[in-house]
Design a protein around this ligand. Sequence first.
Ligand SMILES: [Zn+2]
Length: 210
Amino acid sequence: MFFIIWGWRGRQREVGAGEFYCPDCRDRRGYRLVAVARWFTLYWIPLFKTKELGQFVECTTCKSTFNERVLEMDPQEDARKFEAAFSVAAKRVMFKMALADGDLDPSEVDQIVKAFSNIAKREIDPADIEAEIEAARDDQRSISAYVAEVAPGLNDTGKEIILRSAISVAKADGVIDPSEIADLHELAKAIDLPKAYANGIFAEESIQQM
Ligand SMILES: [Zn+2]
């Protein structure tokens, strides 16, 4: 008796590799992109491909496998982008505050440089200061329009940082006038900081509450 032994089996082939954010390792890792195909076999020897079955991503560290869409995710990159946008908005708010009383004195600029380096963890380039002043002067939007875009993604701590930065700038020239107080109240509302939380900060800074 003579049998022809035939069948199918899946074969894997590496079609790509690189770095990605592994959701299981919760960190950046290497990956392999693997294509799977079904092959026709004769006497267990694959002869030809009968069907492409798809591709998957495998983490080279934990060996977990994922749909290819995982390569588009990157929470760390998203966080970096958000922090950059947040720093830019905080800087613009501070210059806007400083310009509210008509002129900008050196103590205010010093304060902004200090506050910005605390928030962004880097120094402002002095050449950027002139450019930022011009941009803030030209921009007719209110402070609330500036922060409207970043506020929804901020937690209360982030909101507090923005408000305290603005307060430090308002205080830099020694006096806080009623228009600055109005601006600070507007800012607290625009970033949607809970009123009791905002008033706690204002009380601590000896500024009239909302
Ligand atoms: Zn992993």
